[in-house]
Design a protein around this ligand. Structure first.
Ligand code: SF4
Ligand code: FE
Length: 489
């Protein structure tokens, strides 16, 4: 397993084509906007070497040796549970998105899907995938799970788009591989990933077979371009401040990843035209990722609750009954998210390949709650923080010889807490609710792993309403002989 410094070293060696704020960037590891993101990812390596966490961070790999859990398969319900615990711990430690889960979910979805596809269609993807998995485990790599296509006109399927490149697709076939073109949006952690694992974004039909493609390539493959997405307050990181950024150590990032006629060698292709299996692959990936949020969002929620409680304490109101009630409400919502992550894990099932899948109905319930509860927790945090959250002067003002002492005097809450500490806590709340980390805590909670309607569709499909009707009618004393009409019986 790599250590955190070895991970950073390995990323520096990669040569990606990357653009940040309209400029080409050759060393993202040293870019001030991106450094916090690299540190958050590095935490997934650091904690794997931490004795306190070895029970949940270390797993048996495909060759029987210990590997970082982020490269592992789920071999039991306990593994599924441990995953949620790991993600909560990392959310607590970083207060943001640590970006390594999408690849983990992609690996697990591909493992069982390739197994079942080979059984049904006589293809030979599973062995190929397992070879790739060993490579990922042996080198302890970060994989960017590239799922979300840009999608163009949402009313049209991939093959009927005005521009055929709105979904990633095969544009050429060579004796030793394929050539693909398209773009994946919102790619979490892409710039610091070693590998890209591309998956179809939705269930394909026969006419979209060229778009039914899954594969893995190194992130710095020729023709792959990364364009960093903006985050609210991102340029504060260029000011050299520690207070105003809110979370000076950690952050996440997303990128638009463009595949401009990229060659994929045959041994890295895991699905190519088998459109019938795209639905299974997409549903499993989405299920795992909807489970993930029950862990990471709860971990970040812990930080936000702690920050809101501190803000109340620094203002001298922590004992007020409404403050205590609001904090308890935040905890209740946050623990409900965690419970959902745990419950879909414990109700998981063994698949044909021997690995475990979360209970898909409960995983979708989990994500549906994630589209709502972080917003309510953020609202309550803003309530407890007060208006100073958005009117606070800057760190430069605080350090100014003339106005600094006045800020120190007038923005102090309780006398024994320095104004700078109060500012730090308020800026952290701002970071998570309105700033750079609101990308992952709020909007990603809404749209990541599928927008709310995607879960509603799955919940409708997976919930047996007929069985519930039968339960109700039985208790209500409504008994009709089979085949008889309801009316007139
Ligand atoms: Fe992992 Fe959560 Fe970030 Fe997604 S939002 S990559 S699940 S930390
Ligand atoms: Fe996500």
């Amino acid at each position: 397993m790599k250590t955190a410094p070895e991970f950073i070293e390995s990323i520096i060696k990669q040569k990606k084509e990357l653009f940040v704020l309209g400029e080409k960037v050759d060393n993202p590891a040293q870019h001030p906007i991106l450094c916090p993101s690299l540190r958050a990812l590095a935490k997934t390596y650091e904690l794997a070497h931490d004795d306190r966490y070895k029970d949940v961070f270390l797993r048996q790999g495909a060759d029987g040796d210990l590997v970082n859990c982020f490269t592992s398969l789920h071999h039991s319900k306990q593994d599924l549970l441990d995953k949620v615990k790991v993600l909560r711990i990392l959310g607590q430690e970083t207060g943001t998105c640590f970006q390594r889960c999408v690849g983990w979910d992609a690996l697990n979805a591909l493992e069982s899907t390739t197994f079942e596809m080979d059984l049904a269609l006589g293809t030979h993807y599973h062995k190929r995938f397992m070879r790739y998995l060993r490579f990922v485990q042996k080198n302890d790599l970060v994989c960017n799970g590239a799922m979300t296509d840009v999608k163009g006109d949402r009313s049209l399927p991939p093959s009927r788009q005005a521009d055929p490149d709105m979904y990633l697709h095969v544009v050429d076939r060579l004796p030793d591989g394929i050539v693909v073109r398209g773009a994946k949006a919102h790619q979490t952690g892409a710039i610091f990933s070693h590998e890209i694992i591309a998956l179809p974004t939705l269930s394909m039909r026969a006419e979209d077979a060229a778009y039914a493609v899954a594969f893995a390539i190194p992130s710095d493959t020729a023709g792959v371009m990364h364009i960093l997405g903006r985050q609210s307050c991102d340029t504060r990181k260029l000011e050299g401040s520690s207070i105003d950024v809110g979370n000076a150590m950690f952050g996440g990032h997303e990128a638009l990843v463009i595949f401009d006629d990229v060659f994929v060698p045959t041994e890295r292709i895991f699905l190519d035209g088998e459109w019938q299996f795209t639905r299974l692959l997409v549903e499993r990936f989405a299920g795992y990722h909807r489970q993930s949020y029950g862990g990471c969002k709860a971990g970040v929620g812990d930080v936000l609750i702690g920050a809101a409680a501190s803000a109340a304490e620094y203002a001298g109101v922590e004992k007020a009954s409404h403050v205590r009630r609001k904090l308890s409400e935040m905890v209740h919502l946050n623990e409900t998210l965690y419970s959902c992550g745990l419950s879909c894990s414990v109700a998981g099932e063994r698949l044909a390949s021997g690995t475990y899948l979360v209970d898909l109905l409960l995983a979708n319930d989990c994500k549906q709650n994630v589209t709502r509860f972080p917003y309510e927790i953020a609202r309550l945090a803003e309530d407890l923080a007060g208006g100073l959250l958005v009117t606070l002067p800057s760190e430069k003002d605080l350090n100014h010889p003339r106005i600094g002492p006045l800020i120190e005097k007038y923005l102090r809450g309780v006398p024994d807490i320095p104004t700078a500490d109060r500012m730090r806590i308020l800026r952290l709340i701002e970071n998570i609710t309105l700033g750079a980390s609101a990308v992952s805590y709020r909007t990603e909670s809404m749209h990541g792993a599928g927008s709310p309607e995607a879960q509603v569709i799955m919940i409708e499909r997976l919930s047996d309403v007929e069985a519930k009707k039968a339960l109700a009618r039985n208790l209500a004393g409504i008994h009709h002989p089979e085949g008889s009409e309801v009316e007139g019986v």
